[in-house]
Design a protein. Structure first.
Length: 277
C-alpha cells in the first residue's frame, strides 16, 4: 500500500462528516467522530432474532461509542478487550525513526515508507501571540502557562496525530535567563491542551538559536511549522521543508516566499498544507 493511499482527502471527509448525525445523542459528526472509523454500523438482521428482516443503522459519535462500550463490556463473561499487537505488523522503528510498512500483515514485502516528521512551534502557533508583551513580562511566573490556546490550531494538531501519518513534535524556544521556568510552564501548558504529545516529542531550545541545529539529519521529510520567518528560512537551508503559520501579529511583510503561508481555521487547512509540500 503506497503512502498516499493512507492519506485523507480532507475536503471529501469533512463533507461526509457534515451529513452524519449520532444515532444516540443526535450530534452532527465532526472530523474526530469520522476518524474513529469503527463507530458506524449497517446491519441486516436474520432469524431467529426478534429483529428478523430488519435493517439497523447506527452512527455513534466518540462519546456515545464509549458509553455503549462502557455498558456492554461489564456484561460480558469473556473479556472482549484484547491486547493485540496487530499494529506491530505495519508500524516499526528503523534507525530511530518511525516507518509505515506497505504490507499490513505478516508474510508481505515489508518495504518501509518513512513517516514525515512535523515540528510545531508554540508561541504564536499553538498558543496565542501577545505582541505587546516585553521580556520582563515574559519572565514573570505563570506567563507561558496562562497563554490562551489557538483552538483551531490545537484541534488541527490533535486531528493530525489521530491520522498516524506523521510523527508530531513540539519545537519551541524558551527564554535563556529563565530557561527552567519557561520550559516547565510550557510543559504544563502542553499537559493541559495537547497531552497527546508526550515528553519525548517535546523539544526546547533557547531563543535566538537556529532550531535546525538541534535536529539531526534534517531531510525533506522534516517539516517545520513556525510563525517566525528566520526560523523557517534556516530550516529550509538545512534541508527541510517549512510552512509559515499566520497569526495575530505576522504575515504583513511577505518576507517568507519559499513555502506555504497558512491561517488555520479548521483541521483540514493544516493537513492540506502538509500534503501540498
Amino acid at each position: 500500500m503506497e503512502e498516499n493511499e493512507y492519506k485523507c482527502t480532507l475536503t471529501e471527509e469533512f463533507a461526509e462528516s457534515a451529513k452524519i448525525k449520532c444515532t444516540m445523542c443526535g450530534k452532527q459528526f465532526d472530523i474526530e467522530d469520522l476518524y474513529l472509523g469503527d463507530n458506524r454500523y449497517d446491519i441486516f438482521v436474520n432469524y431467529p432474532s426478534k429483529y428478523d428482516l430488519k435493517r439497523l443503522q447506527f452512527n455513534f459519535c466518540c462519546d456515545c461509542f464509549d458509553k455503549v462500550l462502557d455498558t456492554i463490556i461489564p456484561m460480558c463473561k469473556n473479556d472482549p478487550v484484547v491486547d493485540d499487537d496487530w499494529w506491530d505488523h505495519c508500524l516499526h522503528t528503523v534507525g530511530g525513526r518511525a516507518y509505515i510498512f506497505k504490507d499490513m500483515g505478516p508474510g508481505g514485502s515489508n518495504v518501509p515508507l518513512r513517516k514525515k516528521r512535523v515540528y510545531i512551534d508554540m508561541d504564536g502557533v499553538l498558543a496565542e501571540y501577545n505582541p505587546a508583551a516585553n521580556v520582563e513580562e515574559m519572565e514573570k511566573e505563570g506567563y507561558f502557562r496562562s497563554l490562551r490556546p489557538r483552538k483551531s490550531m490545537v484541534l488541527a494538531v490533535k486531528t493530525l496525530i489521530k491520522t498516524q501519518l506523521t510523527e508530531v513534535f513540539v519545537l519551541s524556544a524558551v527564554l535563556p535567563q529563565c530557561k527552567e521556568q519557561s520550559e516547565r510552564e510550557k510543559n504544563e501548558w502542553l499537559n493541559k491542551f495537547l497531552p497527546e504529545i508526550d515528553s519525548e516529542h517535546r523539544l526546547f531550545t533557547v531563543c535566538g538559536r537556529n532550531k535546525a541545529e538541534i535536529i539531526k539529519d534534517i531531510s525533506d521529510n522534516d517539516i517545520l511549522l513556525d510563525d517566525h520567518s528566520p526560523n523557517l528560512k534556516a530550516w529550509i537551508a538545512a534541508g527541510g521543508k517549512a510552512i509559515k503559520v499566520l497569526n495575530e501579529g505576522n504575515g504583513t511583510k511577505g518576507t517568507f516566499v519559499t513555502g506555504p503561508r497558512i491561517k488555520i481555521e479548521k483541521p483540514e487547512d493544516l493537513i492540506s498544507a502538509l500534503q501540498s509540500i
